[in-house]
Ligand binder design. Structure first.
Ligand code: NDP
Length: 285
């Protein structure tokens, strides 16, 4: 079998065209949805991600502010900046690019963001609400994955979904979203014994470990849907996922490529959350 490619790039473009209609409608009513992105320090990957977010926002007419703070910024300075943006009417969505430098308590920082502007969905209030299925902002990477499954017409209900990775920003919310859609969910971690036993039983396999090529074709059930969230830069500069694409495509039914799979969806869902924030605020006025 050769797997069908889930073309995240094309799906993201289609969705962005839909989002633009919503932005234009808001603008016609005098509201420009605005996103502020704060980056602390010089992490090269983070700088690329922030640049991509700002560029993508501009493409569909969102206002965006890119706030770059030096690596030695004090926590109090960052908290003061967040407090200022929380009440800035031009800003509907606010995100802090992670990871933060070690001297800053990221939990404290995420808690400082107004839950109404928390477009990354990382505020403890939104994380808690995700458990009950009532979050204001679903975290962008897992919600982008859910959108890909929806767009491909892939059934989730009753399926065995295996999520490899349990981070707060990807693995855990991913598992919750699949559970809300009535999948039977297994979560695997670095401590899981005999990982292949679980992955080979997955109808839907989602991998978010940051370990290049760790899932190989022999670990995949024939015909399974394989979602590769990993983004890894090899020493030769090549970008690869956590799944060995070559061997996996021989076995899987569907697969996301890296790049061009989940990656473009993350920013697309960030835009959706920002637009949603602006629409919500308008309704409350
Ligand atoms: P983290 O490092 O925070 O978490 C990795 C998770 O993988 C941990 O839970 C870890 O387990 C688990 N893990 C590591 N090795 C193994 C193993 N051998 N077997 C099973 N589980 C393992 O990473 P993130 O969740 O933040 O990111 C994961 C990947 O997704 C990265 O490549 C990242 O770049 C990418 N990413 C992509 C995005 C996109 O837009 N496509 C957005 C965000 C991230 P344990 O908890 O036991 O240590």
């Amino acid at each position: 079998m050769t797997a069908r490619i889930i073309d995240g790039k094309t799906i993201a473009q289609e969705l962005r065209a839909e989002w633009k209609v919503r932005v234009d409608a808001l603008k016609a009513r005098g509201i420009t949805p605005g996103l502020a992105v704060i980056i602390v320090g010089e992490d090269p990957a983070s700088k690329v991600y922030v640049g991509n977010k700002v560029k993508a926002c501009a493409e569909i007419g969102l206002y965006s502010e890119h706030i770059a703070l030096p690596a030695d910024t004090q926590e109090t300075t960052l908290l003061a900046k967040i407090a200022e943006l929380n009440v800035n009417p031009a800003i509907h969505g606010l995100l802090i690019q992670l990871p933060l430098p070690n001297h800053i308590d990221s939990h404290k920082v995420l808690e400082a963001i107004s839950p109404n502007k928390d477009v990354d969905g990382f505020h403890p209030m939104n994380v808690g609400a995700l458990v009950t299925g009532t979050t204001l902002f679903p975290p962008c990477t897992p919600s982008g994955t859910m959108k890909l499954l929806e767009k491909m017409g892939i059934e989730i209900e009753g399926k065995h979904a295996v999520v490899v990775g349990r981070s707060n920003i990807v693995g855990k919310p991913m598992a919750l979203m699949l559970l809300h859609n009535s999948a039977t969910v297994t979560i695997c971690t670095s401590k899981t014994m005999n990982l292949g036993k679980y992955t080979r039983d997955a109808d839907i396999l989602v991998v978010a470990t940051g370990k290049p090529h760790m899932i190989t074709g022999d670990m995949i059930k024939p015909g399974a849907v394989v979602i590769d969230i990993g983004i890894n830069r090899l020493p030769n500069g090549k970008l690869v996922g956590d799944v060995d694409f070559e061997s996996a495509t021989e076995v899987a039914g569907y697969i996301t490529p890296v790049p061009g799979g989940v990656g473009p969806m993350t920013i697309t869902m960030l835009m959706a959350n920002t637009i949603e924030a602006a629409e919500r605020e308008e309704k409350q006025e």
